[in-house]
Design a binder for this molecule. Structure first.
Ligand SMILES: [Ca+2]
Ligand SMILES: [Ca+2]
Ligand SMILES: [Ca+2]
Length: 421
């Protein structure tokens, strides 16, 4: 829809885009405030970016203890209005907004129920789950109550032979940047040996860059001192992310990736800083702020962390009547542990494009698809090791080299199988 708005403007887009946008426009011109809110709710599914851009952003008007909020709640629960309520719901599902709430979360819960729950806090909203020598720390908001359970889980892991420590950020809608600073600093502190984390922002109008330093009590003893610099955990850290990982939930994988920590699942949802604005009817809406958080290398974090391993399937859903995202593979602890092991342990080798440590026909097949811009069909694809014949591009010639290598030809294999120096 954004392409249409750029070309035609909002008004004409609403006229031409779909029956729903035409209905939304009609409702937005109504004298009834409930109609107006319905119009916004219809458009929300189209405009949603997962969180920050929210036309019917939760405001006082929507609270059930206000006159309008109560009228809205009554309207939505009235059986006479079932059709329009269903339509709004369906639009929001298609808009990716509710997929995570109604699909990712139950699929995740089902998967984690297969493993040992080591501990949980805050009515089960924070937990850690173990399988073999892997521990997964699960939390869905960056709230202060996460800090001690996180530290507890790290210490448990250290004392109990855990090698792989996974931070499950995949259903995390954000929260406090101070909590994010604590979690990230611990994950990267074997490289940093510091107790100060700097969160950097850039103003999109002036390009002025500024940093907010967080001094961190990493060992949680109430003192800020040198002892905090040596709070180091030598696990193989990894992050699970999805399109639902938003705001601070997006910031963690983006920043951690620059320190070599792999991101598994799908590209995180994006955006970080939020502005709340009001329209003249007093309804609030949310948009992303003009100040953008940036990484150490200066990259804007808004677009999200590109997954190192893509673990989402499309599965036909009979109830919905179409293919829907399926997330169970993201939470299969033995298989993601193997990927994380591969990520940390396999040095880059020419031709091993799926990064599993061996050159097989699977690498040739993935490369063949990549060369013609198809999805590779592998969770990981390392484009940097694909140009095995060294001609500066990735093409079917590289595929042939790998096929010959697999078939044990002595010539015509390029540098397939050699370590990337
Ligand atoms: Ca301390
Ligand atoms: Ca391989
Ligand atoms: Ca090539």
């Amino acid at each position: 829809m954004s392409a249409s708005i750029s070309e035609l403007g909002l008004d004409k887009t609403l006229d031409t885009y779909s029956d729903d946008t035409r209905l939304a426009k009609k409702l937005l011109f109504s004298d009834s405030k409930i109609d107006y809110m319905l119009g916004l709710a219809l458009l929300q599914g189209y405009f949603s970016d997962g969180g920050h851009t929210a036309l019917n952003y939760e405001s006082n008007e929507y609270r059930s203890d206000t006159v309008l909020g109560k009228a809205w709640a009554d309207f939505m629960s009235d059986p006479d209005n079932e059709e329009i309520v269903k339509r709004i719901f369906a639009l929001n599902m298609n808009g990716d907004n509710l997929i995570y709430e109604f699909r990712l979360k139950p699929q995740r819960a089902e998967k984690y129920a297969q493993y040992e729950k080591v501990n949980s806090w805050e009515n089960n909203s924070i937990s850690c789950v173990r399988e073999g020598d892997t521990l997964v720390f699960v939390f869905d908001n960056y709230i202060n109550e996460v800090v001690r359970p996180f530290k507890w889980s790290l210490d448990y892991a250290k004392e109990n032979g855990i090698k792989t420590f996974i931070v499950d950020d995949s259903s995390n809608s954000g929260g406090s940047s101070a909590v994010l600073a604590y979690i990230l600093q611990i994950m990267i502190n074997s490289q940093m040996h510091s107790n100060v984390f700097e969160l950097k922002m850039s103003n999109t109008a002036t390009h002025n860059v500024f940093a907010s330093p967080f001094e961190l009590d990493l060992n949680l003893d109430g003192q800020f001192d040198d002892a905090d610099k040596e709070v180091v955990y030598d696990f193989n850290f990894a992050i699970l992310a999805s399109g639902k990982s938003f705001s601070c939930g997006n910031l963690l994988p983006v920043l951690a990736q620059e320190y070599g920590i792999p991101v598994l699942g799908e590209t995180s949802g994006g955006e970080c800083a939020i502005d709340i604005r009001y329209i003249p009817t007093t309804l609030a809406y949310g948009i992303s702020s003009s100040s953008k958080l940036i990484t150490d290398s200066g990259a804007i974090v808004d677009k999200g962390a590109t997954h190192d391993y893509y673990l989402v399937d499309m599965v036909y859903d009979e109830e919905v009547g179409q293919e829907m995202k399926h997330f169970s593979n993201m939470y299969d602890i033995p298989s993601i542990t193997k990927m994380i092991d591969d990520f940390y342990n396999n040095p880059p080798v020419w031709g091993d494009v799926d990064g599993d440590g061996t050159i097989t026909i699977a690498d040739a097949t993935a490369l063949q698809k990549y060369a013609i811009d198809l999805p590779t069909g592998t969770p990981r694809f390392i484009a940097d090791v694909a140009d095995v014949n060294g001609d500066g591009k990735v093409s079917v010639l590289d595929v042939t080299c790998i096929q010959k290598y697999v078939a044990e030809y002595q010539t015509g294999t390029g540098r397939t199988g050699q370590l990337v120096s």
